[in-house]
Design a protein around this ligand. Structure first.
Ligand SMILES: [Zn+2]
Length: 250
């Protein structure tokens, strides 16, 4: 697969760290791919991404991988706050409200190809391939609840949290929380989400932010149950995810 190098964005600067450890997936929320190219290349907008993938699967390289593209904005993951410096940003030509409101097969195939290549090249860990909403849950919703994370699990590109867990193991983890006097479901949830890497501080005492955090978590991992509420299904899944995370070699 060839990259299209015809369009270049000037919206970048030097990375503050050499190590690339994250890949962040976005959607453009613009009507057409051409609009996205124009937007991401216009220096007035001060935004960019390394790659943009069109509905028909074309991959545009807008910023050199060595440079720091401006896609993540104010963000946080696992104590990292300058995610632009340590990541590659990939934009998808998608808008929920326009005719490009599908993650087309061609687009996703190109994304899988690109992720595979970047993951190998920079030795990026599966759990560090994330959506924009994961690293900026109070500001962003992309790539949203329709994004096919499942295809990324199936290609072994990202961490799959839904692997089977025995009831015994699940009880073990629930008892661990009880032993540590974490009785409130909210407290346990925020503890686990913070362990994964999410920014949970603002959600602790603010119900609106707490619901937003649950919403983006569900949009990523429980796409059939996106409510922003901690129902039984969500809370059980978070335990399962936590256990899978602990048991996976990283
Ligand atoms: Zn984004």
């Amino acid at each position: 697969m060839k990259f299209i190098n015809k369009y270049k964005s000037k919206n970048f600067n030097k990375r503050k760290t050499k190590q690339i450890i994250f890949i962040i997936i976005h959607y453009t929320a613009l009507k057409r791919c051409n609009d996205a190219i124009e937007y991401l290349c216009n220096s007035k907008n001060k935004v960019s991404s390394h790659y943009l993938i069109s509905q028909n699967g074309k991959i545009f390289n807008l910023v050199n991988e060595k440079m720091r593209a401006w896609h993540a904005g104010l963000s946080y993951w696992n104590d990292h706050i300058d995610i632009n410096s340590s990541s590659i940003g990939i934009e998808l030509d998608y808008s929920f409200y326009e005719t490009n409101n599908k993650f087309s097969i061609k687009m996703i195939n190109s994304l899988l190809f690109l992720l595979n290549k970047l993951k190998k090249k920079y030795k990026i860990k599966s759990h560090n391939i994330l959506g924009h909403s994961d690293i900026a849950p109070f500001r962003k919703i992309d790539p949203g609840p329709k994004f096919p994370w499942i295809k990324l699990y199936k290609s072994n590109l990202v961490f799959d949290p839904s692997k089977k867990i025995t009831i015994n193991n699940l009880n073990l983890i629930k008892n661990w929380f009880k032993k540590n006097k974490m009785f409130s479901a909210k407290k346990r949830t925020l503890f686990i989400l913070a362990y994964f890497g999410y920014d949970t501080i603002r959600a602790q005492n603010n119900h609106f932010f707490y619901r937003k955090l649950l919403f983006v978590y569900q949009a990523h991992y429980l796409q059939k149950n996106v409510s922003g509420k901690l129902d039984y299904k969500t809370s059980n899944f978070i335990f399962k995810h936590f256990l899978n995370y602990l048991l996976t070699k990283k």
